[in-house]
Design a protein. Structure first.
Length: 241
């Protein structure tokens, strides 16, 4: 797995990076900035290396349409506060504002385009449609860095397709998580107890199947627990199934 260091001298180079900034909001107030802080080491590394960085990220599920309540404006503001930088925010994803904002970057500067899920092609099942959007992302950089661990498993334009079109590397967050997962699945310390939460069962069935082969105990909580309880023949009332 290539790292950012493997991309060579980035001074003056244009880099497009996928981050996971899907943070919880109360109106326009971020209630937990943990995902933004997790991305900081790689963004700081690119900044210090003099790269001209354009960030791709999503927030919520706007379903391929512009929705102001899912704007990344609060994220850009918080990122700027944490890094002590002026983070430029484009008003669109791949349109004139994004193109101009990315092209105007100077060495060490960082820009954030709007929520990639405002674009229908981002999550499309049609590979040609995703590829068409990915080609527009390519215009933002000479290199691609994957640093959104929460979305690396998704076949989406800013995650999967753009990586096929540019020289790519893993950001420090993804590299760290992969290393931890390799340790947990290859030779875990015992007793090995896995606790899984969340609401969507379908996304996690393959994970559960694999973990059952190595874990001593698997604990399922959160909303998806009710699906298993229901499958066992128990009543769950109006709980999520």
């Amino acid at each position: 797995m290539k790292s950012v260091e493997d991309l060579g001298d980035l001074s003056g180079k244009r880099v497009v990076i996928r981050c996971d900034f899907n943070v919880p909001l109360d109106g326009q107030t971020i209630t937990d900035d943990g995902r933004i802080k997790a991305a900081l080491p790689t963004l700081e590394q690119l900044h210090q290396a003099g790269a001209r960085t354009t960030v791709l990220a999503h927030l919520g599920r706007p379903k391929g349409a512009v929705d102001p309540k899912f704007s990344l404006a609060p994220v850009a503001k918080r990122l700027g506060e944490l890094m002590g930088l002026d983070i430029k925010l484009a008003t669109d994803v791949v349109g004139p504002s994004a193109q101009q904002t990315s092209a105007s970057l100077k060495d060490g500067e960082i820009a954030l385009v709007e929520n990639v899920r405002f674009e229908k092609g981002e999550t499309s099942k049609d590979e040609a449609e995703r590829t068409e959007l990915a080609k527009k992302y390519v215009s933002f950089g000479d290199f691609y860095v994957s640093n959104g661990f929460g979305v690396v498993h998704r076949k989406q334009a800013s995650v999967y397709d753009v990586a096929k079109l540019l020289p790519s590397a893993a950001g420090s967050l993804v590299a760290k998580e992969v290393k931890v997962l390799e340790g947990l699945t290859a030779d875990p310390k015992r007793p090995f107890v896995v606790v899984l939460g969340g609401a969507k069962v379908a996304d996690k069935l393959a994970v559960i199947d694999n973990l059952l082969k190595v874990a001593d105990t698997l604990v399922i909580g959160g909303g998806m627990a009710f699906t298993f309880i229901k499958a066992q023949g128990h009543e769950v009332g109006t709980s999520l199934v």
